[in-house]
Write a protein that binds this ligand. Sequence first.
Ligand code: TMP
Length: 211
Amino acid sequence: MFITLEGPEGSGKSSQIGLLAGFLREQGYEVVQTREPGGTRIGDQIRACLHDVANTEMTAVTEVLLYAASRAQHVDELIRPALQAGKVVLCDRFADSTIAYQGYGRGLNLDNLHTLTRIATGGLKPDLTLLLDIDVERGLARRQVGGEEMNRLDLEAVTFHQRVRRGYHALAAAEPGRWITIDADRPVDEVQVDLCTAVLARLSRHQANPA
Ligand code: TMP
């Protein structure tokens, strides 16, 4: 089963996904934890280029093609083989980030982005997507306090991140069967309980009724 975590900056995805992977392993699942951009040797090189704050001249089209290139490599090299081997794949961001950030955030044409996504993923879609939702200003402040690495997109205006968050809400509303929205503006352990409960319920349904 393919599970993705999405959300605005500072939603705590990265810590939550590590805890969730640990919990699922304790339950006996074989779990592959990965992230985008990155997840492969080539993807990590693309990630470094995408996130380098010195790359101020990068155009929106270059940016989206690099995210898509990282994804194509990731799906073929890591995600699809792991799913075929019956593992649970937990991915920190996937194609929905492209629609939210490059579509709603940067204003690139959504139909083109869907086509590009289909090319990059070969049509692979997550079975479940967890949206860790948080107010944009709260999230950005949390990121700074947490002392996390700042990337090119963190440096965008608050209005950019507000458009991204609205994008996520639109995506979640359009596919309610795939998305579960979790309020991330709470203590880590409370968010974790909700995540684990949602994922376990979906995993048992998936096992009883594989697609
Ligand atoms: P993160 O590892 O801190 O989540 O950083 C990834 C950054 O890349 C984050 O700012 C969101 C951005 N991003 C996109 O803009 N488009 C994409 O398709 C993906 C996967 C990430």
